[in-house]
Design a protein around this ligand. Sequence first.
Ligand SMILES: [Zn+2]
Length: 303
Amino acid sequence: MTIVKKPMAEANRISVMLNTVFGVERFPVKVDELALEYSRQCFSDSPIAKVQGEDLDDFDGLLKANKTRSKWLILYNSATPSEGRKRFTIAHEFGHYILHRHRQSLFECGDGDIETGDNNGRDIEAEADLFASTLLMPLDDFRRQVDRQPVSFDLLGHCADRYGVSLTAAALRWVEIAPMRAVLVASRDDHMLWAKSSKSALKSGAYFATRKNTIELPHDALAHSFNAFGGADIQTGHAQSWFASEPAGMSVTEMTRVAGQYDYTLTLLLLPEAEWQGAHHDDEEPEEDTYDRFIRNGQFPVK
Ligand SMILES: [Zn+2]
């Protein structure tokens, strides 16, 4: 029987070890050294022998074994200008090594669809991403950075710097753990690329099914080109502009920041608690948002 390794548990196990060795002020994680050292110590018959940048045309990163599977190699795309993206890619490939190396000898990750050949309904690309974000941004430390502080892109930028990841990766991590209703939207040319809702936002029906639909930003959205010359990067508006099912009096706080290589815009929406949960029908499956497809395609959150 194959033992199924869980991404968060494996990343946390390594984090505990790093805390013991380096103390809690140990960020950003030196992920290339870690992959080499950890695999050499724990799996000496088949370690990662090299982590190397290369001009990869079609991929962000790959993990591959030699013929006898006695050594592994991680390559990342050195043409990527973002250090945060490189680090996330290395952590992602390290995740494949820890979680999935017994299934195959080659993992190619990046643009385009990845055939995982996975029959168990588990998505190894999403698992490798979860491993990477847990390893680079451990929950306990992340909470210490953001707890009891109003969220802002400056605060998330501080997290991105601390962990050596992209602003997008830090913002996604924040949305994952946010107790309040929050939705992160990435957009380009006035349309959503993907969106990610916090748990309570999803539960109240505040989410965007960007995988199934093409969704334009509301015309009064800060990130909409109609408002390009306003100059503000925060505003309070009507929640209904974004979510038709929100009650008329519900407000939304909206913050924006240009991200990627300045090629898309992030909008963070903060909603007050839902007055009622009527917008969501329990017999409906929550629709997967595009973030899931975004990570399935092996596109990592980029700076
Ligand atoms: Zn991958």
